[in-house]
Design a protein around this ligand. Structure first.
Ligand SMILES: Nc1ncnc2c1ncn2[C@@H]1O[C@H](COP(=O)(O)OP(=O)(O)OP(=O)(O)O)[C@@H](O)[C@H]1O
Ligand SMILES: [Mg+2]
Length: 230
């Protein structure tokens, strides 16, 4: 459902600095893959390219048969809105909207009627363990609760692809563990309709995925058992 074929990306004008060099990946429907790798190696850049937020210098990204690199900004926005969900380390939950309004947002942007959107948001919040918190404001929640709101918002429209960038980076071990279990269950219970990419620095977090890849200057590789996952 997602194929990256020899993606290359550099930043900088006169003295471009290579970040991604011939990176390839094949993600099957319903598959959950973790991407590890040193800080600055290009993991977030990779997610941005997959989401069509930026374009590769060369190589092809094909998502459900569509060439993501060849889309106009407008087409890429529509593809993201319809088929992708994001969880960021810094939450990106809107502070002036209630919890349920935050979760309903992707549905409203996709044209779902407000009433239906709020009902689905409420059900989704219950699924992530936040039943009854619909009308809370984000500032009234703990870090872990806020991250669950972000996850509910990323999944409420049943995206084909979930992109999670360090979703547990700011959380204590127990809360992180709960969030990771939740992410895995949601993907695995989607009966193959949602695939996931989890970017993380934590070997423990990575081990909750179906398989682990490490991004290095030489592309995405299977980790050496003794080094990355010890
Ligand atoms: N828009 C940009 N303009 C210029 N350089 C950029 C841009 N985005 C990323 N970079 C550079 O590309 C490199 C990779 O950045 P990226 O954010 O993808 O790393 P990362 O693997 O996600 O790191 P971390 O684990 O710290 O989040 C970094 O050196 C960064 O400075
Ligand atoms: Mg990053």
């Amino acid at each position: 459902m997602l194929t990256l074929d020899s993606i290359t990306k550099s930043f900088g004008g006169a003295h471009p600095r290579g970040v991604l060099d011939k990176v390839s990946l094949a993600l099957q429907p319903g598959e959950y893959v973790a991407v590890m790798g040193e800080s600055g190696v290009g993991k977030s850049t990779l997610l941005n390219l997959i989401a069509g937020l930026d374009s590769p210098d060369s190589g092809r990204i094909v998502f459900d048969g569509q060439d993501v690199g060849g889309l106009t900004d407008e087409e890429a926005t529509l593809l993201r809105r319809r088929a992708m969900g994001f969880v960021f380390q810094a939450f990106h939950v809107l502070p002036y909207l209630t919890v349920a309004q935050n979760v309903a947002l992707p549905l409203l942007l996709n044209g779902v009627a407000r009433r239906d959107a709020m009902v689905r948001a409420s059900a989704m919040l219950a699924e992530v363990g936040l039943a009854g918190r619909d009308d809370s404001l984000p500032r009234e929640l703990s870090g872990g609760e806020t991250q669950r709101v972000a996850i509910a918002r990323a999944l409420v429209h049943n995206p084909r692809l979930l992109l999670a960038d360090e979703p547990t980076g700011n959380l204590d071990a127990d809360t992180a563990s709960q969030i990771l279990t939740l992410l895995r269950e949601r993907i695995k219970h989607s009966a193959g309709s949602t695939a996931g990419l989890l970017v993380t620095h934590s070997a423990h977090a990575a081990a909750t995925a179906d398989r682990v890849l490490v991004l290095t200057a030489h592309g995405l590789t299977v980790p050496h058992p003794a080094s990355q996952l010890a």
